[in-house]
Write a protein that binds this ligand. Structure first.
Ligand SMILES: [Zn+2]
Ligand SMILES: [Zn+2]
Length: 218
């Protein structure tokens, strides 16, 4: 199992990086991305701490652990520079906290994120058709969220992705903030099927996660 969007207590998760990694390992994960919430001010201390934590775990657990960030509630016109700074700090996993239907994320966030050098747009909510097309052009993956609330937009995203031929860019992530949020294979499939994907398309979405992981561990 590959899950590239989770949180530790370096933002609003409840577990430290080592415990999250251990629990993910026991849950059968093959790859875990730790992507704590950051903004322009918290980016550097949070990411560098996560990077140190991941380095200290490297080789001790049977899964790939990737230190990333979830850029969160940064004003749209400051997203591009925050992404550049994150890349400069050495991360290959940049998630953007998209325009969730359950939070007052600034309008224009999805657009600004897709035009920046991110890897995954999380819970894009009321994303429109043109933005899905643009994400594909830019090679940016779009998240089907397993998290309550954020997942309200999953059905819309699947419908648009199917319409424009973007199913290859959908991935499921847990957005785990605690141990009970980590994915299981069966729940992952349930998220896909409930969003309107067929069995075959659900298999495709699982393969998409491998493609995204390859990009991230380049
Ligand atoms: Zn988020
Ligand atoms: Zn998140």
């Amino acid at each position: 199992m590959i899950d590239l969007h989770t949180h530790t207590f370096l933002s609003d998760g409840v577990l430290g990086p080592a415990e999250l990694a251990q629990r993910a390992s026991v849950a059968g994960y093959h790859a875990l991305g730790m992507t704590d919430h950051v903004d322009g001010g918290t980016l550097e201390p949070t990411l560098t701490t996560l990077q140190r934590a991941c380095e200290s775990l490297c080789g001790h657990l049977p899964l790939a652990i990737i230190a990333g960030v979830e850029i969160t509630h940064v004003p749209p016109d400051a997203i591009a520079q925050t992404v550049i700074k994150a890349r400069d700090l050495g991360t290959n996993l940049i998630v953007m906290h998209g325009e969730s239907p359950v939070e007052p994320v600034a309008k224009g966030t999805n657009r600004a994120a897709i035009e920046a050098d991110i890897d995954l747009l999380a819970h894009p909510g009321l994303i429109d058709r043109a933005m899905v097309v643009r994400a594909v052009e830019r090679g940016i993956y779009l998240e089907l969220s397993a998290r309550a609330g954020h997942s309200l937009g999953n059905g819309r995203l699947v419908a648009l992705a199917r319409e424009v031929g973007a199913l290859n860019y959908l991935v499921v992530s847990s957005d785990a903030h605690g141990p009970d949020d980590l994915l299981t294979s069966s729940f992952r499939r349930t998220v896909c099927l409930c969003a309107g994907l067929s069995d075959k398309e659900t298999d495709l979405v699982e393969r998409n996660a491998c493609a995204l992981l390859k990009k991230v561990i380049r």
